[in-house]
Design a protein around this ligand. Structure first.
Ligand code: UD1
Length: 337
């Protein structure tokens, strides 16, 4: 069984991907520093896969640690690199921490991979690289915009670093997956999103409001140039997203080195904030308390992806609906109450 190193494997997307890797016959090895995750996620994963998973607690920024890991775990064939900071607003106040953690750790990781002849890398990128696109849906060829935040910039810079490494090294294959908005939780409700403190993202705020942890949801702006005035995003179920990583690893088998490509990973469909609220109300069969507040600085009006390339080349397609995602997110929230 192929061994895959999953950095940030205790995190939201990482933990769901570990489950899908096992399901597809891979052996995942997790490395996580637990700075924004919880060892409960590992227990949840083990509960789902019904076996233990190997976990190394440590930092991808530590070259010695990463080299030792590749030596101890011989024959790692690929890496999925999730480990990163992800709060857009926080990155504005802590740019150095974001560049160090997100860009620095990628460089250390690639260095360690090269030292141990590990060729395959799947990188977590984001639709944030498109900024506010001029044309929708965005394709992988849509222009990248000047990043709105240090967080967004780290994703752009990381993609460029990977591309340059691939250009320089005949024995390296890499895929950057540009995720749209990952939401939901595993249908078993054993793993899900665990925001620390007040959630920045819409869906955890919605479920915490329904759970009465938050007073009411603030809808950030209702006078955007969209049908109902609220922002539009492409919300994708985290299990569908996790499966795209497995497809990426399988895709490497058909590629020759050097190889680099980028894929949008979304549903291809946009939903407004109010559509999310209405669908959630259907799921809970009740009302969600919300008010309209001013626009959030830095928010783009709308973004959703053209996902034909992933459909055709990775043979991957999102299968779950917004309602599935919100139902699973709510079922997960209920386990935390
Ligand atoms: C942002 C980033 C994305 C990143 C993600 C991770 C951009 C364009 N997108 O996504 O790359 O991966 O954060 O954290 O930088 N909303 C409310 N009320 C709330 C929270 C959100 O109305 O309490 C609205 C927002 O205005 C937005 C939508 O819900 O329209 C989604 O917001 P959010 O979940 O924070 O994700 P993004 O900002 O799209």
């Amino acid at each position: 069984m192929e061994k895959i190193l999953v950095t940030g494997g205790a995190g939201f997307i990482g933990s769901h991907t570990v489950v899908e890797l096992v399901d597809a016959g891979y052996t995942p090895i997790i490395v996580d520093n637990f700075s924004n995750s919880d060892s409960n996620a590992i227990r949840g994963v083990e509960d789902i896969i019904k076996r233990s998973v190997k976990v190394y607690e440590g930092d991808c920024n530590d070259l010695q640690f990463m080299n030792d890991l590749f030596i101890t775990e011989k024959n790692i064939t690929g890496v999925i690199h999730f480990a990163a900071y992800k709060a857009v607003g926080e990155s504005v106040g802590k740019p150095l921490e974001y560049y160090q953690n997100n860009v620095g750790s990628l460089m250390i990781l690639i260095d360690a991979m090269k030292n141990h002849n590990v060729e395959n890398l799947v990188f977590s990128s984001s639709c944030t690289v498109y900024g506010q696109p001029d044309h929708l849906p965005v394709t992988e060829l849509s222009p990248k915009k000047v990043a709105e935040s240090p967080y967004g910039n780290t994703k752009q810079v990381c993609e460029e670093i990977i591309e340059d490494v691939v250009k320089s090294n005949a024995k390296f294959k890499a895929i950057a997956l540009r995720y749209f908005n990952p939401i939901g939780a595993h249908p078993s409700s054993k793993i899900g999103e665990l925001p620390i403190g007040v959630p920045n993202n819409l869906v955890p705020f919605v479920t915490q409001t329904a759970a009465r942890i938050r007073e009411e949801l603030s809808v950030f702006g209702d006078d955007y140039n969209t049908p109902d005035g609220t922002c539009i995003r492409d919300y994708i179920h985290v299990v569908d997203l996790a499966k795209a990583h497995v497809k990426s690893l399988q895709h490497f088998n058909n590629q020759k080195t050097p190889y680099f490509d980028i894929f949008n990973i979304g549903t291809g469909k946009g939903n407004s904030v109010l559509e999310v609220v209405k669908t959630f109300e259907k799921v809970i069969d009740g009302k969600l308390k919300y008010k309209v507040d001013p626009k959030r600085p830095g928010d783009v009006e709308q973004v959703f992806g053209n996902v034909d390339k992933a459909n055709n080349e990775l043979k991957w397609k999102a299968e779950l609906t917004l309602e599935d995602s919100l139902r699973d997110a709510w079922n997960w929230q209920k386990t935390l109450m």
